[in-house]
Write a protein that binds this ligand. Structure first.
Ligand code: CAA
Length: 414
């Protein structure tokens, strides 16, 4: 098993403070007329990237095609990811996290997603929706009880979508009736990542419909609470190894202590958490694209047609040039969003732009990678076939392409 990022990147308080003070998009002046922008990664970030690449190649690559075919959740691999520190990368070490910056997280997400996007969506949801949300907005008691185990080894789920509330997230039908000491939770959630494998679920529900989004709460629900049933597993086009289920709540008693934030804070909680989540999904899309690109380059150097390697044909060279340019552009948008978040600056527009663009180029790059592979690219033994199917979901979850455009234009025009 490869070394963990706890060991390699030194997940200690000392290093945490180094991360916190590092500036990744630092503009500095070297003389009166010269401005330089530094895109170099730190030693710690490079170590995280190398550890994630190593893990993906040695632990995730074997069996990834079979897991996709059989829709098998990578349970053993996710357990190792927890042991190595990939499930709570940005959480403060005092809550069992890695204390790392968001840039490091995007690097790890890209490397894991190059190989297994089913594993990386589990990682993304746990890191950026569940752990981040709990650390930022949870009570001390909630952090002790729920964040600590989730940061150490996962697995949490974020439950917002419903049969009649996908993009229109304010139209929550799930209800959390205030009963004094507890909420009575009733309703159905759909397409929930980690739906069966999670131990802890953050469920968004309507307490007072007259207040619209200001009457919504975010509740921590434990697996096994009476009345909580995990429904059917979805048979998906891509990320088939990931564990996507519907969830049913029937008179589930959720203690008041499990509400995140004040009464009515649930929608703001969901929106704020999703802003950061989009950086994770953008990194996933980038990884899917760069994984397909690397396979296409390798294939183009090996395969011959018309007496020479594909890579010697200008038609293929131009495709590769376009693919590489798109990948680099997406990476810069993602690093910018991550860097802004690390600097505690407004990153809402940057994260939406990163997700919008990275998910779009993931479609384009994976399609071209299949095209370069020709007939081989269309069969399941070749990884590009799966990557092309996996790419599509990045335009749908954590806010569709259309929702990202809505977020960006609202930020531009307000
Ligand atoms: N950040 C913070 N707050 C935000 C926000 C953002 N990006 N967008 C909206 N809000 C706030 C608004 O400020 C407003 O609060 P106030 O009244 O207090 O100011 C409140 O939310 C309601 O906003 P709007 O009036 O603009 O609501 P709307 O209905 O017109 O639009 C929306 C809201 C932005 C479209 C929202 O419904 C949305 O983001 N939908 C997409 C939902 C989504 O991303 N789902 C993903 C499911 S989770 C998932 O996929 C996880 C997984 O398993 C992989």
């Amino acid at each position: 098993m490869p070394d963990g990022i706890r060991h390699k990147a030194g997940m200690t308080h000392t290093l945490t403070s180094t991360f916190e003070t590092a500036s990744y998009f630092f503009i500095y002046f070297e003389g009166a007329n010269e401005t330089t922008m530094n895109f170099d990664l730190t030693e710690e970030q490079l170590a995280v990237q190398a550890a994630a690449r190593d893990f993906a190649q040695t632990e995730l690559l074997p069996g990834v095609i079979e897991r996709d075919t059989e829709q098998k959740f990578p349970a053993a691999q996710i357990k190792k990811m927890g042991e190595l520190g990939f499930m709570g990368m940005m959480v403060d070490p005092k809550y069992n996290g890695g204390g790392m910056d968001t840039v490091s997280y995007t690097l790890a997400m890209e490397e894991i997603s190059k190989v297994d996007a089913s594993a990386s969506v589990c990682m993304s949801v746990n890191n950026s929706l569940v752990c981040w949300g709990l650390e930022r907005f949870g009570s001390e008691e909630q952090k002790e009880k729920y964040l600590k185990p989730l940061a150490a080894h996962g697995i949490g789920a974020f439950c917002l979508s419903e049969p009649e509330a996908g993009s229109d997230a304010t139209s929550q039908r799930t209800t959390a009736e205030d009963k004094g000491d507890y909420y009575l939770l009733n309703g159905t959630k759909n397409w929930i990542t980690n739906g069966n494998s999670a131990s802890t679920y953050i469920v968004i529900a309507q307490t007072d419909a007259t207040k619209r989004h200001k009457g919504i709460n975010a509740l921590i629900v434990e697996k096994g609470m009476p009345g909580f049933v995990v429904g059917k597993k979805e048979d998906k086009m891509g990320i088939r190894g990931s564990d996507t289920h519907s969830l049913m709540f029937s008179d589930v008693k959720v203690p008041k202590a499990n509400r995140i934030g004040d009464d009515g804070f649930g929608f703001t909680f969901a929106m704020t958490t999703l802003n950061g989540g989009r950086i994770g999904i953008a990194s996933q899309a980038l990884g899917i694209a760069s994984g397909a690109y690397e396979l296409a380059v390798k294939y183009a150097k090996e395969r011959k047609a018309f007496g020479k390697h594909l890579s010697e044909h200008q038609a293929i060279q131009f495709k590769l040039a376009d693919m590489a340019t798109k990948i680099d552009s997406a990476r810069l948008l993602i690093w910018k969003a991550a860097s802004l978040k690390d600097q505690k600056k407004d990153f809402v527009k940057a994260a939406a732009m990163a997700k919008l663009y990275a998910s779009q180029i993931a479609q384009e790059v994976t399609t071209e990678a299949v095209q370069i592979h020709g007939g081989y690219g269309y069969v399941k033994e070749f990884h590009v076939e799966r990557l092309m199917r996996d790419a599509k979901i990045t335009q749908i979850y954590e806010g569709t392409t259309e929702i990202q455009k809505m977020v960006i234009s609202r930020e531009l025009l307000r």
